[in-house]
Design a protein around this ligand. Sequence first.
Ligand code: ATP
Length: 516
Amino acid sequence: MSNQEKVLEVKNLTVSFKTPNGLVRAVRDISFDLYKGETLAIVGESGSGKSVTNRAIMGILAGNAIIDDGEINYRNQDLTKLSEANFHKIRGNEIGMIFQDPLSSLNPIMKIGKQITEAMLVNGNRVKNRFIDLFHNEYHDYLNLLTRIKLAKKDLKDKIYEINVDKEMTKADKREKIVAYKAKSKALLADLKSQVPDVKRRYLAAKATAKVQIKKEIVEVNQEKQKAVSNLNAEIAKKVSALKDAQGNEAQQKRINQEIRELRVELSNLNEAFRRRFKVTQKEAYERAIQIMREVNIPDPEKRFNQYPFQFSGGMRQRIVIAIALTANPKLLICDEPTTALDVTIQEQILNQIKDIKKERDLSVIFITHDLGVVANMADRVAVMYAGKIVEYGTADEIFYNPKHPYTWALLSSVPDLDTKDKLVSIPGTPPDMLFPPKGDAFAERNKYALKIDFEEQPPFFKVSDTHYAATWLLHPDAPKIPTPPIIQQRIERYTKTTAAKLAETETKTKTVEGE
Ligand SMILES: Nc1ncnc2c1ncn2[C@@H]1O[C@H](COP(=O)(O)OP(=O)(O)OP(=O)(O)O)[C@@H](O)[C@H]1O
């Protein structure tokens, strides 16, 4: 993957939530990359921080969230420092999201077709988009600077809060730290504010130039249209007079009438074509909606376009949500437990659907799930999360066939094995309280293979291969050698067999489409 284009880079991301009981450390220093055309699965139990990670990427964290540290780099911009307006544009156009419950993403009293075309029409003012594009950089430099000022103020408030709730610091230490932070923040704010006049002047100048440019372009398009319309009208007029001259010659009249009809159609198409240059028209949005509904395998899309969500099955509704996410032509698709609410057979169809779309559109996908089994056949790489941390990551094959972290073993043994009807082995114990994250490996309490050091010190990532890392002291050269537990060994053997069988089957099987 490393020679491919990197789409997203999450670096040392740390997110907490302010609550009346203190700070909930939801995501603790996680890093990962996502490449073009790959699917990364983020897997972990409920509460491990998967959704918070993805909400941070989408810029939709709850109001009590604090991004303590880290970067989310998407196409050379750090999303954690973007203005809301800029983020909104990226969210609408480049990153699509599919949530667990399709019903909550759909409006129950609006026809499906309207829900698909709405976003296209709302964002479809091409003149406005072109105008904004003309001074996009200067506009966003200005907005981002204002956002950085706002964030710097918030950051100071958050830091003071964090210092005040820290039970291990003395009062004097707290005072000293707060004074130091205030001084640092004051200097940063002064620097940022000193940049405002210049950045604002550049933005206003670029906007004024853009206004002149866009007016010129509109005049040019209108002139072009006038010319094309008068040419066609002149031709129609010629035909009409030819029609008069052809009186008495029925065959010739018939031919000329046909030509006039064709020219009129051409005139109407021309008007539509010019309307399209200014905005996305109803007709264009309808055509694209039908095309996308077909792409996600909605049978009879013309009829389905005029129906309401309640007239669709759960699987079909999720297909509609996927269709809506695709209208903006995203480059990155985030799927947060998209199949959890669906029954097993439909689940597989939706997974295959996402897999097909990813391939056809060369999309990058982040797939969040608590069930490792779900991503066995669709993820390229897997990151396993526990208590706000990534504890193991590797290619899907490495995670399934050579897992190293005891938490990954536990997750694997809790995957229901449909082929053997093996009973699901639940993971004993409960995840730690993230108000007080444990000092060492957070899984130690529930891990029968835990070493003494696991309770005391956070394990670093140990390298298993160039693409496979696991944060467990069991991989330390001095650790006792713990063989992979027998239940995992057996599963690996079965996975190997069933994967080979499934591969052979999919190669021969034609695509099935979910029926209603
Ligand atoms: N707004 C909030 N305020 C306080 N704590 C929060 C908030 N949002 C999330 N959390 C906490 O952050 C932690 C991580 O939650 P997150 O939703 O990311 O888990 P998850 O792995 O996605 O689980 P699930 O599958 O249940 O959604 C949890 O302890 C959760 O309680």
